[in-house]
Design a protein around this ligand. Structure first.
Ligand code: CP
Ligand code: NVA
Length: 321
């Protein structure tokens, strides 16, 4: 059985710590690991646009000694109706891992069910778990008290403001509590997280000492938070949807006043829309760590791929869900 990484809770708290420790190590010494020497090929498939994910996986796979095969999935026969099962059967006979950015989570779950190599979620409508690994690494790097190789995140808080129902909100919930963090989601009543994800986050928090807070008050969420985070109000595929404008989300814009309330750092997965979910003064200001966060995609994903390839025989935590 290969290990897959389809959602944030596919890594146990101890496993997530191992991956983050390796990410920190790779940030210091980029060529410390060469698990793809050969070169072995990793397929990186996109059903949606991407800048960071595409560049960081292509670069990271090459730095691990491998050969990245980056493809628009729509230009393969998948785009003409070949099934996910048949596509996976072919891929899995040739490549060492598959990374996929797609729409519904059920699509990547289906691929994983047919794959004999690790499958990694590079963003679905529901989750963006690779981004959260990079974000946790960034928070650990910037909020102090971090011994080499040890991501000291437990007990810290992160506040995510804006669309509480999107992939980033869901991944902060699961990934944050896995790290033992206090995850605060401030969102309008119309855009709350999926109740099943909230319940799962609460279950994990009960074991890790983390916590989950859902509020409509951005100030309450930001107060004293180690990190204040936001994301676009219109995710890929949601263009043209009703109720995604300023009338819904304006109170959740991250401003200098909210940052002052927090005293923490500002993160954004990017791409960012200045004047919408965040002011230019915040994202381009002294509390912003968004460029380190973007760079950490490289280190975190290299760590993840290395870890998955080194743990082929253990069951993915997803089996316990
Ligand atoms: N944050 C992120 O995933 O960026 P891309 O969409 O550019 O890959
Ligand atoms: N929520 C955003 C994240 C982009 C990286 C989207 O899905 O478009």
């Amino acid at each position: 059985m290969p290990r897959h990484f389809l959602r944030d809770d596919d890594l146990s708290p101890a496993e997530q710590k191992e991956v983050l420790a390796l990410a920190l190590e790779l940030a210091d010494d980029r060529f410390a690991k060469r698990p793809l020497e050969g070169p072995r090929t990793v397929a990186v498939l996109f059903d949606k646009s991407s800048t960071r994910t595409r560049i960081s996986f292509a670069t990271g796979i090459a730095e691990l000694g491998g050969s990245p095969l980056v493809m628009e999935a729509g230009s393969s026969q998948l785009g003409r109706g070949e099934s996910i099962a048949d596509t996976t059967e072919v891929l899995t006979r040739m490549v060492s891992a598959i990374v996929w950015r797609t729409f519904g989570q059920e699509r990547i779950e289906e691929m994983a069910a047919h794959a004999t190599v690790p499958v990694v979620n590079a963003l679905t409508d529901e989750f963006h778990p690779c981004q959260i690994l990079a974000d946790l690494q960034t928070i650990a790097q910037h909020t102090g008290g971090l011994a080499a190789g040890e991501a000291a995140l437990a007990g810290r808080s992160l506040a995510y403001l804006g669309d509480g129902a999107n992939n980033m909100a869901h991944s902060y919930l699961l990934g944050g509590v896995t790290a033992g963090m206090d995850v605060r989601i401030a969102a309008p009543a119309s855009h709350r997280p999926d109740p099943a994800v909230l319940a799962r986050a609460e279950e994990i928090a009960a074991r890790t000492g983390g916590a989950v807070t859902l509020t409509e008050d951005p100030r309450a969420a930001a107060a004293g938070a180690s990190a204040v985070i936001t994301d676009t109000w219109v995710s890929m595929g949601q263009e043209g949807e009703q109720g995604r404008g300023e009338a819904t989300f304006a109170p959740y814009q991250v401003t200098e006043e909210l940052m002052a309330l927090s005293g923490g750092v500002f993160l954004h997965c990017l791409p960012a829309y200045r004047g919408k979910e965040v002011t230019g003064a915040v994202i381009d200001g002294p509390d912003s760590v968004v460029w380190d966060e973007a760079e950490n995609r490289l280190h975190a994903q290299k760590a993840l791929l290395t870890w998955l390839l080194e743990h082929p025989d253990e069951h993915t935590a997803a089996h316990a869900r």
